[in-house]
Design a protein around this ligand. Structure first.
Ligand code: BMX
Ligand code: ZN
Length: 298
């Protein structure tokens, strides 16, 4: 029986879990707040405190992380999501902390893989997109039933497609990315500007749930932008299904709003919309499953 120490590094929280590779069940799980600092030492210290209690029980480490992951190095496409940190030697650092074989991939790619293998078998899903709407907006593509990671790890970074060419400049340097307009961070920024009070995305979402009309309209614009993105990608890639995850994506009503905006479009633009079955654990379980296959060949 092989035990994986799965790690999910997001812009807001970092989670670690022991996953039994045979049953694919989480045995133990812990999470901390992601440090917001440009300094790699601070990021590394947070990782060490999170991982240390689990090391003795694990055979290998599988990481799902925000950012572009190429050759084990994390490069932030949007450094603002990580407090300005833009380059981190993730695999080397975690290997040094744990002394275990360590592998890493992008968080949304990992979640896409788990959600794809969780779809009911024989359901004829060939092309699937996973979208996380959270601190940022990330994506993972499964085309012809194969997860696309890309030669440079970039595949699936749909949060940086433009929805308003005259929109605000995104942390990636491009103007009008959907991440700058519709992510949890964007929801917080839009609410703060409107209500003239510093709010995060979660607080603005709560205001919407409490019935505040302006907050509701911010959430609706986010869902409408995501629906537009889904329609664009469906007609480009012939998507059968789109799985929605992330703290905003899984928040009450959000998925339903996406569906409502998609329903206004012609049929060819409307794939099946599914809420992430593994909820917030899709990244952890996806990385564990993806790299357990690799581990079994070593
Ligand atoms: C950003 C980008 C993606 C990530 C997505 C969701 C960085 C640091 N991250 O677009 O790699 O998949 O956010 O990340 O550039 P999360 O932190 O919201 O889960
Ligand atoms: Zn961008």
């Amino acid at each position: 029986m092989s035990i994986c120490l799965a790690v999910d590094i997001g812009g807001t929280k970092m989670a670690a879990a022991l996953v039994d590779c045979t049953s694919q069940r989480i045995i133990d799980r812990h999470q901390i707040v992601t440090p917001k600092s440009q300094q790699p030492e601070i990021f590394s210290a947070a990782l060490a405190s999170l991982l240390t209690p689990f090391i003795a029980s694990a055979d290998f480490v599988a990481i799902a992380s925000t950012g572009i992951i190429n050759n084990g190095i994390l490069t932030a496409l949007n450094p603002a999501n990580l407090g300005g940190l833009n380059r981190f030697e993730l695999v080397d650092d975690v290997q040094r902390i744990t002394n275990l074989p360590t592998y890493a991939m992008n968080d949304a790619q990992a979640a896409a893989w788990y959600e794809f293998i969780s779809l009911t078998p024989n359901n004829n899903t060939h092309n699937m997109l996973f979208i996380t709407i959270s601190t940022g907006i990330g994506g993972g593509l499964v085309l012809n039933q194969q997860l696309q990671t890309g030669a440079r790890g970039i595949s699936g970074h749909i949060g940086h497609t433009v929805v308003n060419a005259n929109g605000p400049v995104c942390g990636c340097g491009r103007q009008g990315c959907i991440e700058k307009l519709a992510s949890g961070t964007a929801i917080g920024e839009l609410g703060s500007a409107l209500f003239k009070h510093p709010y995060n995305g979660h607080q603005v979402y709560q205001l919407a749930l409490d019935g505040n009309k302006d907050a509701i309209s911010i959430i609706h614009s986010s869902a409408a932008a995501v629906a537009e993105l889904i329609a664009n990608l469906t007609i480009s890639l012939d998507l059968d299904a789109v799985v929605i995850g992330g703290s905003v994506g899984l928040a009450p009503h959000y998925c339903k709003y996406i569906q409502q905006y998609l329903n206004e479009k012609p049929e060819l633009y409307r794939p099946r919309i599914i809420s992430a079955q593994a909820g917030g654990d899709a990244g952890l379980l996806g990385a564990a499953h993806w790299f357990a296959r690799q581990e079994s060949h070593t």
